[in-house]
Design a protein around this ligand. Sequence first.
Ligand code: FAD
Length: 414
Amino acid sequence: TKDVKVDVLIIGAGPSGCVASAYLNGQGLKVKVVEKSTFPRFVIGESLLPRCMEHFEEVGLLDALKSGGFEIKNGARFLRDDIVCNFDFSDKHTKGWDWTWQVPRADFDNILAKEIKKMGVDLSFEHEVVDVNIDDEGISTTTINDGEGNPYKVEAKFIIDSSGYGRVLPRLLGLDKPSSIPEHSSIFGHVKDINRPEGEEGTMITFDVLDKDTWFWVIPFSNGDTSLGFVGTNEFIDSFEGDTSERLKTMFKHSDYYYERFKDAPLLFEPKSIRNYSKAVTKFYGKGFALTGNSAEFLDPVFSSGVTFATESALLSSKLITRQFKGEMVDWEVEYSDYIKAGVDVFATYVKEWYTGNLQTLFFHRPENPEVKRQICAVLAGYVWDETNPFVTKHKRIIKTLAHLINMEKEKTN
Ligand code: FAD
């Protein structure tokens, strides 16, 4: 493979890299995407949020995705004991998309990658970034292995690191920092959903809450398979013996609601496990580069925010790069870092308050408060920058305060 010179090098062809490259290519910039694996490939992150539909639409990827026939996600259901908390995205505080999809990512990401190739983006599979050097002007020289053991170099004016769990630039530039989210781990896999009931019950995405720290996801796909995953403390996940198939099967027994449906469902591959999945970085950008998606930050799967942040940050960074290339001044600290962090902070509060139990207190309190529910629903749909929503602007206090009031009420009546 010959050395090349481009405007923007993009590392990784997941949703983040595909959205970024579609946008930049559309602006007439010379883009190269390098992806270390071959597609289709498995990756976790199957429940999307309505907000990300805007991103796919804006960069011209939505129609291709629509042809994938994925399962429609209109909301999300949370179960605890006998209480059901059902969010419906059409009944939310913020305007915007009221549906999205539940997707096997191998198929979903493959459609995205094929579509950006169709748009004319130079995308190379089995090309792995192994080293990077960025000079004082932000011009980078990246060393890439081309899959046949031949290294070559790409000179770029800007790098977008969309390498997800690869976390290429955080590793190579030493940008990792500990996450503020309490440590959790997960085991997950796909089953053939042989006992899937008819109608909504069969297809609805559900979070079955076992206790404060432990929950179980059920994400049915339109192809008849369903994704199942447990999340818990490291101690909980480590307390099961055997390989991941045996451990996942034993964990099912903890779900009263779903045990019968899934107890005989054949696993489609050896389930995977991820330990301490939350990640953070010291900065989201630097001279000549930006981190997007999971390469920058990952909180927790409980509110399915990962892909939406991946596409939000990809689109925003691409717009800023385009302006910069046109000679405009861009304040990356304010326009990129502060903006992305504001959204991440909202979700980080929800994740933390989920595991303190306060948010669960709000979800499962009866009778429900319809206004509160509509405001929380907008956050769960990914609209975390809407300053008319008190559950966005006052996120640090409002959940705690309301949970406290509910708990005091309960104590009075007991
Ligand atoms: P990815 O989709 O991971 O893509 C990165 C790409 O970069 C990969 O294809 C990889 O092969 C490539 N790459 C890596 N290293 C290199 C290299 N050196 N050179 C070249 N290419 C490279 N998110 C949701 O939205 N909904 C969910 O329901 C959800 N559930 C989750 C459950 C768990 C247990 C966990 C841990 C995460 C979950 N997530 C979920 C998060 C989700 O997985 C990620 O946020 C999402 O995949 C990020 O997309 P991305 O484009 O940033 O990266």
